[in-house]
Design a protein around this ligand. Sequence first.
Ligand code: URA
Length: 206
Amino acid sequence: SLFADGLEDRPDTLAAIDKAIHACRKCPIGQLDNHAVMGEGPDDAALMIVGEQPGDQEDLSGRPFVGPAGQLLDVHLEKAGIDRRGAYVTNTVKHFKYVQRGKRRLHQNPGAKEIDTCRWWIESERAIVKPKLVLAMGASAARGMLGKTVSITKARGRPIPLGDGSELWVTAHPSYLLRLDGPAREEQARLFDADLAAVRARLAEL
Ligand code: URA
């Protein structure tokens, strides 16, 4: 095994993880009125793309990255020539964390403790899919992969070895781009495109 296993046996199929995350109540997010969202894509994908957590639309549809952030991600992946259907797309935290405001559910960032509790599942997915390259989008995804907080600005643009011959690349989260406009948005979109282009080039080498 790639990981120091605890008392619990790691699920060894994606179907078993899917089942287990739906029953998971190890952190307070799992107690909310939401549904676990499983990763999606080939179980032997060379590229694993990791987000933070499902949003409102992902929670309702049961699929990762189908809402506004997912639509923006699709645009940039296509621009970079990366086929999303060939990638395994998943999230660090499996349930949607929100606060209710009237009829709306507002996204809340998961805490470090919640991410660290939920890492069990993404590590299990990685052990099965065995991607050559993992792209973590945003600080929560980077923490989910590394178990510690890294600065996206400092860590982006180069591989971080994951110890099993595979490598991690980090970039911004597409939701971050969505919160910007004007020149700041253009600048971040340019950096995001550059990261995706580097990932595409690296995948061709691996
Ligand atoms: N943001 C994420 O991090 N993941 C999703 O699945 C959707 C939005």
